[in-house]
Design a protein around this ligand. Structure first.
Ligand code: ATP
Length: 271
């Protein structure tokens, strides 16, 4: 059986409403939405539409979510793959798989290609790598660069890539006409955490009135958007387990404790 090369979503429902905070990043990607919807507005004046942008920031801060929202806002198909899956699953055939991916995206253009964990493919050349041989990874990286260089001005496929290690990337990736824009996606501040809580309370069916999202935001310094999504889900599970009919403040606090416990364990393994 053939392993799946990438995911293709044609009817993306995610929009900027699903992305809380990240005002600066949203403003920057709004421009990409506009390029995808109205390319001639730019090319008529002789401008070249950018081919790629790099989303840089810590894990769980909404990079994938934001990329998906670009596709949802522009109503274009979303082709996604993870750099690490790619390197592990397609030993020996990485370059030809990259060619296939771009071919399909071009056929369906305008489109977004999203490469998560691009550092797995795009590490500086000549440095040791933990999976696959270096030659193999370099072939894959070279093919990616070739594909991006080969886009005509009217291709209208934009490649978004995410990383939390921009420092290890091959500088060839950042050259003009490739990923020449970097968009920072940082951990949320207290005001943004409140907004993220509000987004993730929406799917919870019954939340007791006393839940104060400002208070919850203050209880969760250092939490990413993914951690907060996790808190909301855990809170619902904790309340349900106790047979409650609504999710209350104490359930959220217990969920925070549980997540903090998990984070501490993770950090202990790292250090
Ligand atoms: P990684 O680097 O681990 O791939 P990421 O930055 O791509 O992480 P996402 O996968 O986009 O993070 O985030 C995981 C989940 O966390 C999202 O699906 C969403 O539920 C929640 N989340 C993260 N950031 C936000 C945000 N700014 N607003 C709303 N939800 C968020």
């Amino acid at each position: 059986s053939k392993a799946k090369l990438f995911d293709e979503k044609t009817d993306v429902k995610t929009t900027f409403k699903d992305v809380a905070g990240l005002e600066g990043a949203k403003e920057e990607v709004q421009e990409i939405v506009d390029f995808l919807k109205n390319p001639s507005k730019y090319t008529n004046l002789g401008g070249k539409i950018p081919k790629g942008a790099l989303l840089v920031g810590p894990p769980g801060t909404g990079k994938t979510l934001l990329a998906k929202a670009v596709a949802g806002e522009a109503k274009v198909p979303f082709f996604s793959l993870s750099g690490s899956d790619f390197v592990e699953m397609f030993v020996g055939v990485g370059a030809s798989r990259v060619r296939d991916l771009f071919k399909q995206a071009k056929e369906k253009s305008p489109a977004i290609i999203f490469i998560d964990e691009i550092d797995a493919i795009g590490r500086a050349r000549g440095k040791a790598n933990f999976s696959g041989s270096n030659d193999e990874r370099e072939n894959t990286l070279n093919q990616l660069l070739t594909e991006m260089d080969g886009f005509g001005t009217n291709t209208n496929v934009i490649v978004l890539a995410a990383t939390n290690r921009a420092d290890v990337l091959d500088t060839a990736l950042m050259r003009a006409g490739r990923f020449d824009r970097q968009i920072y996606v940082d951990l949320p501040d207290v005001r943004e955490r409140k907004e993220i809580f509000e987004v993730h309370l929406r799917p919870l069916k019954k939340v007791a009135d006393e839940l104060d999202t400002e208070f919850m935001a203050k209880q969760t310094p250092g939490f990413s958007g993914a951690d907060i999504a996790n808190v909301c889900n855990e809170a619902a599970l904790i309340a349900a387990r106790q047979g409650k009919t609504a999710v209350g403040r104490q359930d959220f606090l217990d969920a925070v404790d549980r997540i903090v416990g998990g984070l501490e364990k993770k950090n202990k393994i790292i250090t």
